[in-house]
Design a protein around this ligand. Structure first.
Ligand code: ADQ
Length: 485
């Protein structure tokens, strides 16, 4: 493989202090290994954006960014990405809207991305596009005559045809995904849903257990590549953070109470209102825990300009206030609710200090916090993970207590079980999860994807991936049958 160009909506510049999210951590890990370019939006809006991308080079990575116009950004990002695609892909048809001008802005931002990326490409480059913001980009790059391999990875769930068909132009969206050489999903369910949409849209007939589809002579392969965490880094960070001042102060402040933790971007897909309600039910049903546990919910704000996000923020503030008002004592607050970011290391220290983690999204592509919690634990005395089956991570983390996030009673019971689980059972459950998280770490994720995309093993040696589109180390070079070729 020559040079890797990763493209995502937003990139994390090294000079910025913002903590990178799950996507950014994965892209950075891949680029650090292979070297290359990371292209995306700078995070700035500007009425007169520069004609050329701004490029910053750090070690073996070139960070190339562009600004967007404010009105275009609003319709593209707050509108089509986060009020149309995000709710629909997370099975929230009630929160979804479709506005033609937002769809048009989505297309024009993708066209801008394509034009700007073409200024950076060199012969032999390999392109890897990330996430729902940029679905049309593969087709647009082909129209501009990019001939190398183009892969696409969807970080969020892919909905079944019965949900996606609510989108007026869903056929166009599915067809756009078929312009990539390789499309990666987080889970088998997402892959099957994608194929259901290909069939429903009448684009192709898909054989059972198919791993590729051919439309108009162009073949697209599709596979499952569950994203992981940098296991060794998380483990080391968590261990080191235990002697950090901020982690020590948090532990001291518990005065021996057991810590229950939740860490999620503030998003309605993360099941936070359901979680708060379940915690309240837990305090009612098992009153012996009052004054004995502390629930720390860390929820940094995201997408604050979208109405659904300001609404959920308000609901959570009210719930936390009401629950604390109802149960708190002069020396005990049941819920500590924080909207701020922490360094990754500090966060890993908090996870290590927790006896229980609540990872209970109502829908999530993967959920890296679940895997980070496992990696951060002390294997000799591990905490218990309570995990929603609606998170992609539930497939791999069978040692967790699985509970439906809408089932308040089940959640309360799971909390009681977790807090009283004998050490031996905690160790056994943790061991299963530790193996899964270690085996399929972040290097395995990008390694298998890029190997399947390029046919070359230039990335860390990985065994053949059982869930991936094609297996085996050597493969013929991909056919590149895009529109421009
Ligand atoms: P997200 O929805 O952002 O990602 P997640 O997978 O949980 O969700 O990743 C969040 C990351 O941000 C974690 O690494 C976490 O440690 C970090 N983080 C969270 N709160 C933080 C805080 N307050 N301070 C610092 N860091 C914080 C999307 C999809 C997921 C998918 C990922 C990766 O929605 O389903 O797992 O992409 O593919």
């Amino acid at each position: 493989m020559k040079r890797l160009i990763c493209i995502s909506n937003r990139i994390t510049l090294p000079r910025r202090s913002a903590a990178p999210g799950g996507l950014a951590v994965g892209v950075l890990a891949a680029l650090r290994h292979t070297g290359g370019v990371w292209f995306g939006w700078s995070g700035e809006t500007n009425d007169n954006p520069a004609d050329e991308p701004e490029v910053l080079t750090r070690a073996n990575i070139r960070f190339a960014t562009i600004d967007l116009r404010p009105s275009e950004f609003d319709r593209y990002y707050n509108g089509y990405c986060n009020s149309t695609l995000w709710p629909l892909f997370h099975y929230f048809p009630g929160r979804f809207r479709h506005e033609q001008d937002e769809h048009d802005a989505y297309q024009s931002v993708n066209e801008l991305f394509a034009r700007q990326v073409m200024k950076l490409v060199e012969p032999g480059d390999v392109i890897w596009v990330h996430d729902y913001h940029l679905i049309p980009l593969g087709r647009l790059l082909r129209q501009l005559h990019f001939r190398g391999p183009i892969g696409f990875f969807l970080h969020i769930p892919f909905p079944h045809a019965q949900v996606l068909r609510l989108l007026p132009n869903y056929t166009e969206l599915v067809r756009d995904m078929c312009h990539y050489d390789l499309v990666g999903f987080q889970s088998e369910d997402d892959l099957r849903s994608f194929f259901s949409c290909v069939e429903h849209a009448g684009l192709a007939t898909v054989a059972p257990n198919a791993q590729e589809i051919t439309i108009g002579g162009r073949t697209t392969r599709a596979g499952v590549y569950p994203i992981g965490v940098d296991f060794e880094v998380v483990r080391a960070e968590a261990e080191a953070a235990m002697s950090e001042d901020s982690v020590q102060r948090m532990i001291t402040s518990l005065v021996g109470r057991k810590l229950i933790i939740g860490v999620d971007r503030l998003d309605y897909s993360k099941g936070l209102t359901e979680r708060f309600a379940a915690f309240e039910h837990f305090l009612e049903t098992f009153p012996e825990n009052q004054g004995k546990v502390t629930f720390l919910q860390i929820a940094p704000l995201s997408r604050s300009d979208v109405l659904a996000y300001s609404e959920i923020r308000q609901s959570l503030e009210q719930m936390a206030g009401r629950i604390n008002g109802r149960f708190a004592e002069a020396d005990w607050t049941p819920i500590r609710y924080l909207n701020r970011n922490f360094t990754h290391g500090t966060l890993m220290g908090f996870l290590r200090a927790a006896k229980v983690a609540l990872v209970t999204p109502v829908r999530d592509g993967m959920n890296l916090v679940a895997k980070e919690f496992v990696a951060a634990q002390d294997p000799e005395d591990p905490g218990v993970l309570i995990l929603s089956p609606m998170a992609g991570a539930a497939r791999e983390l069978t040692g967790a207590l699985h509970v439906n996030p809408y089932d308040k009673r089940g959640m309360a019971l799971a909390l009681q079980t977790a807090l009283n689980m004998p050490l031996e059972e905690r160790r056994q459950r943790h061991q299963q999860m530790l193996e899964a998280v270690r085996r399929r770490d972040i290097h395995y994720w990008y390694g298998t994807f890029l190997q399947d995309l390029t046919g070359e093993r230039r990335v860390p040696a990985v065994p053949a991936s059982p869930g991936s589109a094609t297996t085996g180390a050597a493969r013929p070079v991909l056919r590149s049958l895009g529109m421009g070729s």
